[in-house]
Design a protein around this ligand. Structure first.
Ligand code: DLL
Length: 429
């Protein structure tokens, strides 16, 4: 373990630590951020009024629009001369959301990432190839800081240039790959095309994150690369990667609870749900100085697992993200997450792990078309086999989604590959 004291802390001690840090955070934002002072005054909360962790529930939520409304630096709780790094969200619409880090924030960030790398089995002997884009996106710099902290040899490849990734991976004997799961999948295809065998490589661990993936996707990645694949979670507003990560038991992502207090709420009513229930993840940062966030609504749908893990860590875990509440498609009144479609498709014979959901309207009716790519040309000449495959996919989708979807089989290598976060949904409505 990277930090045994924190990672195996008794619940009582963790609660006390969180409360003390929460009180300090509330005081900090009350004193320095006019937005928070007004919000807290409006809810009748003074910093002295936070007496227990239960008082957290009285604090109003913070949402992405609050960050946008105060773009770029309006929610910073530290003077600019103390801010030593600025990142921004990868959002594609409108203004990005900006995040400022003090020196202490950067230390906290790399500490959190060091823990998740260690729990995935990484250490000072590893050679880590970072295939996230360096830039305003937090993925590369975040993993970079944590990997350097544990003493791994870091290769700051950045994303893209897949052929070169593979050359470097082989020549530099990389043992850890850091990327999105979809890019790792794409790279594994390129590996085959370049005639490189996994036995030519020294890769042993995949640290995947920044987008969702199913257990089946993990199995395929582990098989294709001959690695242990773990997943980690975060978002730029909170810190970037480092909010939580899986240990080698792979039974949920351990949350760095000394820095982030998790809650699950009903996204419609805002009511706090019990552990184990599925809903929207809400996070309060309790150690950040640059831009602390109180009860930030992540829009990510998951559940919390409070039981200690078989690995010995006692920190709360979060289950795989089911999807984002704003990614959820409503098709003819039925809720559909792209991850449900992935769970159907991956693992079926003859199809590649690349797919897309195209949603359109025919008159007043929603139409869901699932574009599935064939693995190789072998089936293209056999109409009978294609038809059987299509029927079988349709049937499975119907069972899992509870609605009829159209299925289009696409020729091999025709669905666009991504070197970052994959775009799985095209909504034409
Ligand atoms: O994706 C931070 C990150 C980088 C995390 C690298 C892990 C590794 P954003 O670009 O702000 O930040 O996107 C945040 O990505 O709200 C989730 O919807 C999604 N996401 C991140 N990790 C996971 C994951 C980074 N493990 C948004 N599973 C979040 C599912 C994830 N979704």
């Amino acid at each position: 373990m990277w930090n045994r004291e924190v990672e195996t802390m008794r619940r009582r001690d963790m609660d006390a630590l969180q409360l003390e840090r929460l009180q300090r955070t509330v005081k900090r934002v009350y004193d320095t951020v006019p937005f928070y002072r007004a919000r807290l005054d409006g809810a009748g909360i003074t910093p002295d009024g936070v007496k227990s962790l239960n008082d957290l529930r009285r604090i109003p939520f913070t949402v992405k629009d609050d960050l946008r409304d105060h773009y770029p630096f309006g929610l910073f709780a530290a003077p600019m001369r103390e801010i030593v790094r600025i990142h921004a969200s990868s959002g594609t619409t409108g203004k990005p959301t900006t995040v400022g880090y003090t020196r202490a924030d950067l230390d906290m960030w790399s500490e959190c990432v060091a823990r998740l790398v260690t729990m995935a089995g990484g250490g000072a002997d590893d050679i880590a190839q970072i295939a996230f884009g360096y830039g305003l996106f937090t993925g590369a710099f975040g993993l970079h800081g944590g990997l350097e902290k544990i003493g791994a040899s870091v290769i700051p490849m950045s994303s893209g240039n897949t052929e070169k990734q593979i050359m470097i991976m082989r020549d530099f004997m990389s043992t850890i790959l850091v990327s999105t799961p979809s890019y790792a999948m794409y790279m594994s295809e390129a590996l085959e095309e370049q005639g490189v065998k996994k036995s030519d490589l020294k890769l042993r661990i995949g640290l995947f994150g920044a987008e969702g993936s199913t257990e089946e996707m993990r199995r395929q990645l582990e098989h294709r690369w001959g690695i242990t694949a773990t997943e980690n979670y975060g978002m730029s507003e909170l810190v970037g990667p480092g909010v939580s990560g899986e240990c080698t038991r792979k039974t949920g992502m351990h949350i760095n609870e000394d820095c982030f207090i998790p809650e699950i709420i009903n996204p419609e009513t805002g009511e706090t749900l019990e552990y184990g229930q599925t809903g929207e993840l809400v996070i309060t940062t309790v150690l950040k100085e640059g831009i602390p966030l109180l009860r930030y609504r992540t829009k990510d749908i998951t559940r919390l697992i409070p039981e200690p893990c078989a690995c010995g860590r006692t920190t709360m875990r979060m289950a795989k993200i089911q999807g984002r509440s704003d990614d959820m498609l409503i098709i003819r009144g039925v809720n559909v997450f792209p991850s449900q479609v992935e769970s159907v498709l991956l693992g079926m014979a003859h199809i590649s792990p690349h797919y897309q959901l195209v949603v359109s309207k025919s008159g007043y009716t929603d139409v869901l078309e699932v574009v599935v790519e064939l693995e190789d040309d072998a089936l293209l000449d056999s109409f009978g086999q294609l038809e059987t495959l299509e029927k079988s996919i349709k049937h499975k989708l119907h069972v899992v989604l509870g609605l009829d979807a159209q299925v289009r089989l696409a020729e091999p290598k025709t669905i666009e590959r991504s070197t970052g976060k994959a775009k799985r949904v095209i909504d034409l409505r």
